[in-house]
Ligand binder design. Sequence first.
Ligand SMILES: [Zn+2]
Length: 401
Amino acid sequence: MISRLIPAILVVVALATAGCAPDEYVAPPPVQGSEVADPATAATTLASFQGAVVAGDATVAGDLAADDDARVLLEAVADNARALDLTDVTFRYVTETGKTQGDDAWEGLVAVTWRIQGFDEASARLEIPMSFADGGRRIATIGSGPARLPVWLSGPATVRRVPGALVLSSDNGADRTAYSRWARRAVEEAREVVGGRAGLVVEIPSDTAALHRALGADPGSYSAIAAVTAPVDGSRVKGSPVHVFVNPPVYDELDPVAAQVVMTHEAVHALTGAVLARSVPLWLVEGFADYVALRDVALPLSKTAGQIMKQVRRNGVPKSLPADSEFNPSGTHLGTVYEAAWQVAATLADRGGESALVAFYRALLAGKDFGPALRTSFAWSTADLTAAWQARLAGLAGVSE
Ligand SMILES: [Zn+2]
């Protein structure tokens, strides 16, 4: 059962390593001016649309639609904005992309900004393809192919609020009420350890393809994971909104305990800003999240640490703390390395208590150097920590070192 968690928990790893698609801004290709595009008219239409979205006025938004499908979409965007209590909402025409459909319709890039009041510290900003019709007086579509497309701009959705969390769910007929409970408890469990008052935003796209669009990720790259904590617009600048994104087909298969563990693990990443931190060893980022998520879970170690115990029995204890490269999502021993990382965090908590572990985690997120922080919080060197962790693993596996 817990092994099912492992691919789910990979999420942040992929994001924390450089070169991951969601973090990279891709500049739009240069375009040739066309005879069709009318930027001034499109800009005026977008100004009207922005006004409707800011006001949460679905009727006014819908009246800008090119056809019935577009009307459903534009009305939904206005409704979603109101339900999310969005602020800093802007739609600004940037340029045409060169794709035309007939003599009065074309696709352009639109710079969109938004922020969820009470949750996001700063605004998200994305350039999103939108197509215009009727010489720019109407909006036909938002998003194009695999281009990055936020959930709130992709169609009808439901927003549920619980203390400390907000869950945005695309309407696809599925019952998503349980997610609110998981999100609420995830916030409670995370805050109990790390404190703070920041709120959690969970986004549930309609399906896996929509998840990849929401993340701006290559199709397939997150198909096997249950949830991912990621910057909403791919930006890793401090203050960028970071939300938890769910992959419904995988998450919905988790049993309730595993679903809670995954949500709490992700909440720790999101609420502590771990996704935006740099130079923090992944064993600490992932091990700490698991420490919190598994802290109050009554499962035997044979379930939660079975893979690392098996490896220790077979090969002896690892020679060194897990390297960042071992968290590569395409690696073959991921479950083992997550369990190993969790046990490093547990070793630290045993040494200095939970408050020392939290202080150490926070110090590293704040940019402190590893060695001095380890010494300050635990009076240990890396060698001391490694030895204590190895002894712990040997003890769990019932072998001598
Ligand atoms: Zn993680």
